[in-house]
Design a protein around this ligand. Structure first.
Ligand SMILES: [Zn+2]
Ligand SMILES: [Zn+2]
Ligand SMILES: [Zn+2]
Length: 255
């Protein structure tokens, strides 16, 4: 598995979208502003106001099934716990940096939560970065009490056909559409605004969104890109279609 010739660990697909910088939406629907989504933060003081964003995310999105592979880039200086763990990219035990995931909101940095439950935002996301290849993996914490029900965004389910890639368990928590703070869906990329967005004074629009699958026994979180059909090869906005099969004949002079 690598950025040049990726293969999806979920469906074996080889066609991907490569998003060079994942964006973080700040504010509400009408007044949303986009910043590069930081991998983490560094603190100089001890207060929330003193936090500085560090790094950015790059992703590979499988066009077959939406399975998303994350990389944290330019994260040097991040604080976290050092540990040795298996890296699927390096296919070896490597040094990892583990830390709580944060997102930028209109109120400053907040912890990334897993889902909306009865009590509001529930669970937390932990990130682990391979310090050799930058592969980032997500893990949920404090989700054991989530039991589902009618008034929550997620469902507790068993997925024998989509077992955890880490531990092969079938029990999962699935949230079909995850949101940032201020109820903006976590988007895949951005593109030039259409007439509707321009009416609201925006020059960009968000494209696509994500679902997540959290493995109940081990906490591994997989991200799945949704509405990938709306994404196009758009280098100006940092979206590259890669692994395309050779272009089919469009009908030359001899057809
Ligand atoms: Zn796939
Ligand atoms: Zn690695
Ligand atoms: Zn698992």
């Amino acid at each position: 598995m690598n950025v040049e010739t990726p293969r999806c660990p979920r469906c074996e697909g080889t066609r991907f979208f490569h998003v060079l910088r994942m964006l973080d939406a700040i504010g509400d629907h009408d007044r949303v502003e986009w910043k590069v989504r930081p991998v983490g933060v560094a603190g100089v003081g001890g207060s929330k106001e003193d936090l500085t964003p560090l790094g950015h995310f790059e992703t590979l999105l499988c066009r077959g099934c939406g399975h998303t592979i994350w990389y944290g880039r330019d994260w040097e200086g991040l604080q976290g716990r050092r540990l040795r763990a298996h890296c699927n990219e390096c296919d070896a035990d490597t040094s990892h940096l583990s830390f709580a995931a944060v997102e930028l909101t209109s109120a400053g940095f907040e912890p990334v939560r897993i889902t909306h439950g009865i009590l509001g935002r529930e669970g937390f996301m932990q990130l682990s970065l391979c310090t050799t290849c930058d592969r980032a993996s997500w893990r949920g914490t404090e989700y054991a009490h989530l039991e589902g029900g009618h008034f929550v965004d997620y469902r507790v389910t068993t997925e024998p056909d989509r077992r955890c890639l880490t531990c092969l368990a079938a029990d999962a928590i699935v949230d079909e559409k995850i949101y940032e703070y201020d109820r903006v869906p976590v988007s895949i990329a951005h593109a030039e605004a259409g007439p509707l967005q321009r009416f609201f004074g925006l020059d960009k629009k968000l494209v696509g969104h994500f679902s997540i699958r959290l493995c109940r026994p081990c906490g591994a979180v997989e991200w799945y890109a949704q509405q990938l059909d709306k994404l196009v090869h758009d280098p100006a906005h940092g979206v590259l279609a890669i692994g395309e099969p050779p272009a089919a004949s469009t009908g030359g002079p001899y057809r």
